[in-house]
Design a protein around this ligand. Structure first.
Ligand SMILES: [Zn+2]
Length: 643
């Protein structure tokens, strides 16, 4: 899901603005609770099917409900426990027998007429009514009444706030919803519309989700002023209806926002495997949610928000959740990055769809990696098992999670990477997966041990800060290049020294360019090369395949704009050691070169200059006494070298 916070109480995360200054949204609600709590639960049964009947009263903010919850018993049980909060319960039956029950704040405990054994199937029938409670996990979601709209707003525990269920993401079931509304209403829910039954003073919409669905993705939206847009995507020749239900006023502007959605459905189907809910639909529903939410087959997006000049990134994010989150659902909340990191990465895949690799890299660099670096929480914490709900819905889960996929792609290569994603999808489709299972698929498909990669990027906090420099020395007819890469990130809070293959781009005097890879794994590491030609520049990770901070890449390009006062270049000698002192007006990366009287390069060194006085030491052991020139940036100073 993706957030925008209006009217927050207490905890206010900083607004997430992307590179263009638009709000970046996480799926969080405008309704923020003070005491976020959540849990993953297990039960001695598997939920099989929910049949939910809800009659909504939009003006009195009231509902009447009846839910039949069918479960398959796994372990012998005498009491059936279902999650449920609020409401007055009128009666409960197990199959056809009325049963006694007790309640806690979040559950109902049904005493079974007789002990249920493994393999038994039970259906609990619960009749209830009242004003819907808010949820407690952090966002105050649940059934919302807002100016005629009635819809289910996300929370980690929304299921129990409107129907009795096993409310945990790993227990998926099929769902029939029968939502009864006033005659002028339309209701859209998960799956397919089976039937519309018009009664004397109300209308019942029967929607069926025939694919397993998690409780937190099970929703409906009802409104009496929807405009309907319908389009079609073709997935392997099969038509997939692509709907928009948008507010009726200004509906053509709203409809225009959705115009690329069918193309995205087709493109993601090519990249990730076929749209998972073939035979049903995909829809975007415009409700005043304060954010966007990836409900299965039924995305909610608040179209009164400013999602930027082009909304495709957020539409792509929510659409991609149909694969990542809805079809393959996080196994536990600790694995939330498997939903959100993948959906955020899919924003870049969508950028590729329209703009190729340049657009992909630009999106990764500006909207994902630099965004993470600029907004990394302090202290940093790992992607896996972030803990509190605020830490779950943060740049660590979204942007760093997306960066992990970007880096994995470069390590294993494009074709293997997308094979990993498709294998992961097909192996866990319509079920759940945890981080170790994605890790195992990545290793299996690539044939590469990736423990080190997941340990440092998923299970550890932070990212590397590389400071690098290089020297070139003529040796006989060839040139030695020494590249030193230091990792200068603090190791506080468990931030590791990062092992990574780093691309190195070397440009030679002739203009020829060489790409090579170094495996960097130490706080300070030196790499040596010998070339027939003198390198002119050295850049690490030139395409930004690593989530890192580099202290040179932009500065090299900006060098001409950084004047150096030539008069301030001063030379002093100490035996073979040459001390070059110079003044810099900017922090930046300079090239320092020594030439002999014939103009031959004698030494070259990459220098990180600080503002003010800098001193660089160069050993002249191989040089005869004589006249030399030192060049720093675009300024040159002549000097006499006499031992
Ligand atoms: Zn998302």
């Amino acid at each position: 899901m993706t957030t925008l916070i209006l009217g927050c109480i207490l905890v206010i995360p900083s607004p997430r603005l992307d590179a263009r200054g638009y709000l970046k949204v996480l799926e969080m609600s405008r309704f923020i609770a003070a005491h976020p709590t959540f849990e993953d639960t297990t039960a001695p049964y598997d939920a099989v099917h929910y049949e939910i009947h809800i009659k909504i009263f939009p003006t009195s903010h009231y509902i009447e409900g009846y839910t039949a919850s069918t479960v398959a018993v796994r372990d012998t049980l005498d009491v059936l426990s279902l999650h449920f909060r609020g409401y007055t319960i009128d009666s409960i039956k197990i199959d056809s027998s009325a049963v006694g029950y007790s309640r806690t704040d979040t559950t109902i405990e049904l005493t079974l007429p007789s002990q249920a054994l493994p393999g038994d199937t039970l259906t609990a029938h619960v009749w209830y009514r009242g004003t819907p409670p808010s949820t407690t996990a952090g966002f105050n979601g649940g059934i919302v009444f807002d100016n005629g709209y009635v819809f289910v707003a996300f929370d980690l525990d929304i299921g129990r706030a409107w129907f009795p269920c096993h409310d945990t993401p790993s227990d998926k079931a099929t769902v029939d919803q029968y939502i009864e509304a006033p005659l002028d209403y339309f209701v859209v829910a998960n799956g397919s519309l089976v039937e519309v039954d018009t009664l004397d003073s109300s209308v019942v919409f029967h929607w069926r989700e025939g694919y397993p669905i998690a409780t937190y993705l099970t929703v409906f939206a009802a409104y009496n002023h929807f405009a309907h847009i319908v389009d079609t995507a073709y997935v392997n020749g099969t038509p997939v209806p692509v709907h928009g239900w948008v507010a009726r006023w200004d509906s053509s502007r709203r409809a225009n926002r959705l115009v690329n959605v069918p193309d995205m459905v087709e493109y993601f189907s090519e990249v990730y495997g076929a749209y998972p809910f073939i035979g049903e639909k995909f829809s975007n529903v415009d409700v005043p949610l304060g954010y966007a939410m990836e409900n299965q087959t039924n995305v909610f997006i608040d179209m009164d928000l400013n999602w930027g000049r082009n909304w495709d990134w957020v539409l792509a994010h929510e659409l991609s959740h149909q694969w990542w989150g809805d079809c393959v659902t996080l196994g536990t909340w600790a694995d939330v990055w498997l939903n959100e990191g993948f959906a955020t990465y899919s924003e870049a895949i969508n950028a590729y769809r329209t703009g190729g690799m340049a657009a992909y890299h630009s999106y990764i660099r500006n909207n994902i990696m630099n965004y993470y670096i600029a907004n990394e929480p302090y202290p940093p914490y790992p992607i896996y098992n972030p803990g509190s709900i605020w830490r779950m819905y943060s740049v660590v889960t979204y942007e760093k999670g997306a960066s992990v996929l970007h880096m994995l792609r470069h390590i294993v290569g494009d074709s293997v990477f997308f094979e990993i994603l498709r294998t992961y999808r097909s192996r866990f489709e319509y079920g759940n997966a945890v981080t170790s299972e994605f890790h195992a698929v990545a290793e299996e498909v690539s044939g590469i041990d990736l423990d080190w990669f997941f340990d440092e990027w998923v299970y550890s906090p932070g990212y590397p800060k590389y400071r690098y420099g290089w020297d070139v020395w003529p040796v006989g007819d060839s040139f030695d290049l020494v590249l030193q890469i230091d990792q200068i990130q603090s190791h506080n809070y468990g931030v590791p020294t990062i092992k990574m293959p780093i691309d190195v781009e070397i440009v030679f005097e002739s203009g020829e360019t060489l790409r090579t890879v170094v495996w960097d794994s130490l706080d300070s590491q030196v790499f040596r090369f010998t070339f027939a030609e003198a390198p002119r520049s050295v850049v690490i990770d030139p395409d930004d395949w690593i989530l890192c901070r580099k202290y040179t890449s932009e500065i090299v390009e900006a060098e001409p704009a950084q004047p150096i006062d030539a008069k301030e270049i001063r030379i002093s000698l100490d035996g073979d050691l040459l001390n070059v002192a110079f003044e810099s007006k900017n922090y930046g990366y300079k090239t320092l070169e020594i030439f002999d009287i014939a103009g031959r390069l004698v030494a070259r060194k990459g220098v990180f200059a600080k503002v003010g006085q800098n001193v660089v030491r160069i050993r002249m052991t191989a040089c005869p006494d004589g006249v030399y020139f030192v060049k720093v940036g675009d300024r040159t100073q002549k000097f006499l070298f006499m031992r």
